[in-house]
Design a protein. Structure first.
Length: 252
C-alpha cells in the first residue's frame, strides 16, 4: 500500500513482481506448435492466426493492467482503475469490502482477492488488493473498513435483502464460469477428435470442431445452468430475503 494523503486516502498499485513469465512462455510454445502444424499443412491458417490474435490481445491487456491498474480510495469513495476502464462507487453506494480466499489456487497464483460489493449486490475486483501486492489482505481490508466508517455515514452491517441479491448474482456468475469451462473442455475434446480424424480422413471438419462445438456447448450449458439456478433460488423480495440472506457469503 502507498499512502497518498492522510486519513482515508490510499492507493493500491503494483509494486512487486508478479509470476507472469511462465504464462508468457507457455503461450509462445503453444503458438509455435499451432504454426508448425499450419506449416506442415495439417491446420488451416485461420486457426493459428486466431489464437495468435487472442494471445496478443490478452498479453497487451495484462501489461496495461499491471502498469495502469490501481485502487484509489478517497473521501468520496473507491475507484478501481483497470487496463482501459475505471469503475467506482461513492461511499453511500458501497455495501461491503471483502477479502475472499481463492479456492484451489495454484502455488504461484494469488490466494486472496478483494471485492467491493455495492447496495445492488453487484461486485467488482479491487486491483492489487491481493496477496501478490499485500502481506495480509484481510487485515488491510479490516483497517480500510475502520477508516471508512466515518465517510460512509453508516455502520458496516449485514442487510438480508442485499445478501440475497449478492447470493443470486453469485449463482448466475458461477453459471457463466461453468459454461465457459465446459466450452474450453469441448475445445480440447474437439482438438483430440480433429487429430484422430486427420489420420483417418482427408478433410476433417475443422471449423465445426474448433468453433461450432465449443460455442454450442457453451450456449447449452449457460442456458441450462441459469435455468437450474433460477428454479432453485427464491425470487428476491421481502418473502425470500431473510432465507437467502442467512446464507451469508456468496456461493462457491
Amino acid at each position: 500500500m502507498d499512502e497518498v494523503g492522510s486519513g482515508i486516502e490510499r492507493e493500491y498499485r503494483k509494486h512487486r513482481r508478479s509470476p507472469l513469465l511462465m504464462v508468457f512462455v507457455l503461450g509462445l510454445l503453444s503458438l509455435n506448435g499451432f504454426f508448425r502444424m499450419w506449416h506442415d499443412h495439417t491446420l488451416p491458417l485461420w486457426v493459428p492466426v486466431s489464437f495468435a490474435a487472442l494471445y496478443l490481445a490478452g498479453i497487451a491487456k495484462l501489461a496495461l493492467y499491471m502498469r495502469r491498474g490501481r485502487t484509489l480510495v478517497g473521501a468520496r469513495g473507491i475507484t478501481a482503475r483497470r487496463a482501459v476502464t475505471e469503475r467506482g462507487r461513492a461511499w453511500h453506494e458501497i455495501y461491503d469490502i471483502r477479502a475472499e480466499p481463492v479456492p484451489n489456487a495454484a502455488r504461484s497464483a494469488r490466494k486472496w482477492i478483494t471485492y467491493l460489493y455495492d447496495t445492488e449486490g453487484r461486485r467488482f475486483v479491487l486491483p492489487h488488493m491481493d496477496d501478490l501486492q499485500l502481506d495480509d489482505p484481510p487485515t488491510e481490508v479490516a483497517a480500510l473498513r475502520r477508516a471508512a466508517a466515518l465517510h460512509r455515514g453508516a455502520a458496516w452491517e449485514r442487510r438480508p435483502e442485499v445478501e440475497a441479491l449478492i447470493r443470486r448474482r453469485a449463482g448466475h456468475r458461477k453459471a457463466w464460469e461453468r459454461a465457459v469451462t465446459g466450452g474450453l473442455v469441448a475445445l480440447l475434446c474437439a482438438f483430440l477428435l480433429w487429430v484422430v480424424l486427420l489420420c483417418t480422413t482427408d478433410h476433417p471438419p475443422t471449423l465445426l470442431l474448433f468453433l461450432g462445438l465449443p460455442l454450442g456447448t457453451f450456449a447449452v450449458l449457460a442456458a441450462v445452468l441459469h435455468w437450474r439456478w433460477e428454479s432453485q433460488v427464491p425470487a428476491p423480495g421481502p418473502a425470500g430475503s431473510a432465507g437467502a440472506g442467512s446464507a451469508g457469503a456468496p456461493v462457491a
